[in-house]
Structure formats: structure tokens, C-alpha cells
Design a protein around this ligand. Structure first.
Ligand SMILES: NC(=O)c1ccc[n+]([C@@H]2O[C@H](COP(=O)([O-])OP(=O)(O)OC[C@H]3O[C@@H](n4cnc5c(N)ncnc54)[C@H](OP(=O)(O)O)[C@@H]3O)[C@@H](O)[C@H]2O)c1
Length: 449
């Protein structure tokens, strides 16, 4: 049987997971694809670091150059993380014409365009299934399974930490800070949680998916991002009362025409150029929609194609084993491409949409949940309604719960479809009213239909 030698850079959570999975199922994989993947060396920083799965000292080295440059190494897997060392190492491997597998979403988000161009230039390939949603094969689905579709909508719960926190806030009626602290103690959130809770990890992943789905590079700075720090248990409770669950959603939607809503399945005529909403923010999702039931650390991606209709992918978005499964899938592709000499059978990324552009968030249209803290006196609602009316923004429902004590009471409004910019401007005015006691909270609503 043909053999492919793998040089692994990184033997931590993902790296040791890959080492273990190859020991467990490498034979099975070989029997399926007709190529055996052998681990030749694993690069680490220090031999004695604790690892989720053991790697024999004889298999480890601290010298990455000796691994990348080893003529016996056919494929390189970058499982180290970061955006400096990893970039240098991947470029060095690609220059030697070696295929590279990476799990590094931060690197692809920052330097993907350069790395894919280098792969093309040096006649090799860069595989990245593990960079988005761990064990869910969403890259393969978009790139190959939906190759005959125009992707009109993609909604993703792509950050397990945020989903875990929001799930517990809803189920336990708990505050963000308390749940975050507990999640950190249990290892579900990092000691420095910003990458997750402020939405940047989701931004990296949604940027990769948007680029792949729409055929042009979506830059991180073009993606509108809001995290979940501002979500309170009050928001979660009122959203639930209205029939919604709050999820951190990555949203990728084709926008037909300036300021218009995304098109539906099949029926609308697609515009010649992709104009796409690409954003990450807390979103009210109907309790009846399947995404509302994706709980704890699980991820899910809902994809609508103009031919296939609605599809859903669900699974673990991180962790040593789930992520290793995705890396093994890429290793199988790399091994098959080497076996058959088909280096570009699977295009890593094809920038085919020269005129594609991200729609500015102010032009994006959605519905809204608004929470205000107001002084409970006659005429306040009329003042607020007048500002929305002047901005031509319709109010679809109002809740002012009874029995609240103190200087202010919550006032919940649901707004009809309106551009983000118009709603933001109206809320800025409302926030200045004497009767409004704190900054208005605005959460977008997606009906996902
Ligand atoms: N963890 C997940 O669930 C997950 C899921 C999807 C994607 N990813 C991505 O996978 C990548 C790896 O994540 P991880 O969680 O496995 O990280 P990790 O546990 O910190 O492991 C990193 C590994 O790389 C080695 N390393 C780091 N810098 C190095 C250097 N300069 N020279 C030599 N070795 C170096 C470390 O060596 P030592 O062992 O000696 O420290 C360690 O073995 C990241 O890009 C991450 O975003 C992770």
C-alpha cells in the first residue's frame, strides 16, 4: 500500500488528538483510501508539556525546519496556532511544494489570501476543514457538496463558548458574569475570554465560510461584529416570552440590491454580482426553529442553497477528538491528491466573484427587539413612538410588565423590518430622552424563513 509521511507542527490539544486518532483509525482510513498516513515527527515547544493524549518522546522534536525540510515528509499539518510562526512555517512548506493541512482560523482570517495564492503558485494545496466548526464537515459541504448551488443564506452557531454561556443563562436564569466565571472554572471558557465572548473567533470562522460560499475574500474588518457581553437575563427572559431564544449567530446572506432583504430559495433572480451581508451578533431566533435547540457547546450551521433548499449541520465545534476528525479528513484528501497527482482536484479557494462586496451593516434590513429602561409615567411611550414614526420605523408589539418597582421599568418593543442605520439613529435620539434611564438595548431578530 502507498504511504504518505506526515510532519506535524504542534502536539497539543489538536495535535495529540490527531496523533491518537491516526493510531486508532489510521488502518481503517488506509483501507478506505488505499494510502497509509504515517506520522514521521511531531514538533513541540517543550517535550514535557502535559498533552491530552501521549506522544512518545522519540516522535517529538523542537526543530520545525528539520521536519518541514525533511525530504521524507510529504504532507505538513500546522496545528500550532498563532499568526506569525504558523505563517512562516506554512509558507516554507508550500514553497517546497508540500501540501499543508491547518486548523488555524485566526491565521486564515489574517493571511488566507496570501497563503492560498502561495499554494497556487507552488503547485500544491492548503486544506482547512478543521478551521471552522471542529468536527462538522462544513468546508467540504460548501466546497464540494453544494458546488452546484448559489448559497443564499448561511446562519451559524459557530462559537461553543458563547453558546454554552447563553444556554446556561436561559436554562438557569443566570447572569452573564456568573456563568462566564463558572465556564472558566470548568474549562469551557478561556481565562482571557475576549476572543470568544466578543465575537472575534466567530468573525474568523464566518469570514472563511463567507469567502468560500461567495467566491471573494471577505476581510475581517468588513465583518460587523457584536459579542454577547451586553446580553442580560432580562433580555433572555423577555425574548423567551415573545417566543424567541437569543443565539450568537454568524450570518451570511445574499443581499439583492441596495438595502434590500436577502433573496429566498430559487424564486428570486440572482443579481450578477454578489453583495453579501456578513456579520456576527446576538440574534433572536424563533423557539420553533431548530437552531434555537442547539445547546451548550454544540455548533450548528444552517445553509440554504438555491437548488438544494434548507440543510443543517450539527456537531461539536471544538475539542481534541472532533477537531482531529476534520484534520484526518483533510489528510485523506491530501494523501489521495498525492497518490493520483491531482494537486488541484479540490480547489482550496477560487476567487471567481471579482465584483463581490460586503453590504455595510447600516444598509442591512432586519426586525428588532428593543429594551429600554424608562420612567413609568404617562406620555413616555408616545414620545418614543413619535421618534420611530419620524424615522418610518414600525412598532409591531410593546410589553411593559407590571409589578416592577424602582425609579425605572423595562419597556420592550418589537420593531418591523427597517435598515440598521435608521434604527441606530432613532435609538440614539431615544437614548437622550429624559425619561429613558440607560442606553437602549437593540437585538436583531431573524425569522429564518
Ligand atoms: N483546541 C481546539 O478545540 C481547536 C479546535 C479547532 C481549531 N483549533 C486550532 O488548532 C490550532 C492548535 O490549537 P490547540 O488547541 O491544539 O493548541 P495547543 O493545545 O496550545 O497546542 C499547540 C501546540 O503547538 C506547539 N507549538 C506552539 N508554538 C510552537 C513553536 N513556536 N514551536 C514549536 N511548537 C510550538 C505546542 O508545543 P508544546 O506542546 O510544547 O506547548 C503545542 O504542542 C490553533 O490554530 C487553534 O485555533 C483548535
Amino acid at each position: 500500500m502507498q504511504q504518505v509521511n506526515l510532519g506535524m507542527i504542534g502536539g497539543g490539544t489538536v495535535g495529540s488528538g490527531v496523533f491518537h486518532a491516526l493510531q486508532l483509525n489510521g488502518g481503517l482510513m488506509a483501507s478506505r483510501i488505499g494510502v497509509k498516513v504515517n506520522v514521521r515527527k511531531v514538533v513541540v515547544k517543550a517535550f514535557d508539556e502535559p498533552r491530552p493524549y501521549p506522544i512518545p518522546k522519540s516522535a517529538m522534536t523542537t526543530d520545525w525546519q528539520s521536519v518541514v525540510n525533511d525530504p521524507q515528509v510529504d504532507v505538513v499539518a500546522e496545528l500550532a496556532g498563532g499568526t506569525t510562526f504558523a505563517r512562516t512555517m506554512i509558507l516554507a512548506a508550500l514553497k517546497l511544494g508540500k501540501p499543508v493541512v491547518t486548523a488555524n482560523k485566526a491565521l486564515l482570517s489574517a493571511h488566507g489570501e496570501e497563503l492560498f495564492a502561495a499554494a497556487q503558485q507552488y503547485g500544491t494545496n492548503l486544506y482547512y476543514e478543521a478551521s471552522v466548526c471542529g468536527g462538522i464537515p462544513i468546508i467540504k459541504a460548501l466546497r464540494e457538496g453544494f458546488v452546484g448551488n448559489r448559497i443564499t443564506h448561511l446562519y451559524g452557531i459557530v462559537n461553543g463558548t458563547c453558546n454554552y454561556i447563553l444556554t446556561r443563562m436561559k436554562l438557569e436564569g443566570a447572569d452573564f458574569t456568573a456563568v462566564l466565571k463558572d465556564a472558566q472554572a470548568q474549562g469551557y471558557a478561556e481565562a482571557e475570554p475576549s476572543l470568544d465572548v466578543d465575537g472575534y473567533d466567530a468573525q474568523h470562522k464566518i469570514g472563511i465560510l463567507a469567502s468560500l460560499a461567495h467566491g471573494f475574500w471577505v476581510k475581517p474588518e468588513d465583518i460587523y461584529v457584536e459579542g454577547i457581553r451586553g446580553i442580560t437575563r432580562t433580555d433572555i427572559q423577555f425574548a423567551n416570552q415573545l417566543g424567541y431564544t437569543i443565539k450568537l449567530l454568524g450570518i451570511i446572506k445574499r443581499v439583492e440590491g441596495r438595502g434590500a432583504k436577502g433573496g429566498g430559495t430559487g424564486a428570486s433572480k440572482p443579481s450578477p454580482h454578489a453583495r453579501v451581508q456578513v456579520s456576527v451578533y446576538p440574534t433572536l431566533v424563533p423557539n420553533t426553529h431548530v437552531l434555537a435547540s442547539v445547546n451548550h457547546v454544540f455548533n450548528a450551521v444552517f445553509v440554504r442553497g438555491d437548488v438544494v433548499g434548507d440543510t443543517l449541520f450539527y456537531g461539536r465545534g471544538a475539542g481534541k477528538d472532533a477537531t482531529a476528525s476534520a484534520v484526518l479528513s483533510d489528510l485523506a484528501d491530501a494523501a489521495l491528491d498525492l497518490k493520483f497527482g491531482t494537486k488541484h482536484r479540490v480547489p482550496p479557494f477560487v476567487p471567481h466573484e471579482r465584483d463581490g462586496a460586503v453590504a455595510p451593516i447600516n444598509e442591512v434590513i432586519s426586525r428588532y427587539f428593543v429594551r429600554l429602561d424608562v420612567v413609568d409615567r404617562p406620555g413616555v411611550l408616545a414620545q418614543i413612538a413619535a421618534i420611530f414614526g419620524q424615522a418610518r420605523i414600525g412598532i409591531s408589539s410593546v410589553i411593559q410588565p407590571e409589578g416592577h418597582e424602582g425609579a425605572s421599568v423595562p419597556l420592550i418593543l418589537m420593531l418591523h423590518d427597517a435598515p440598521n442605520g435608521a434604527v441606530s439613529r432613532a435609538l440614539a435620539k431615544i437614548g437622550k430622552l429624559a425619561a429613558v434611564k440607560s442606553a437602549p438595548v437593540m437585538i436583531r431578530v431573524e425569522d429564518l424563513c
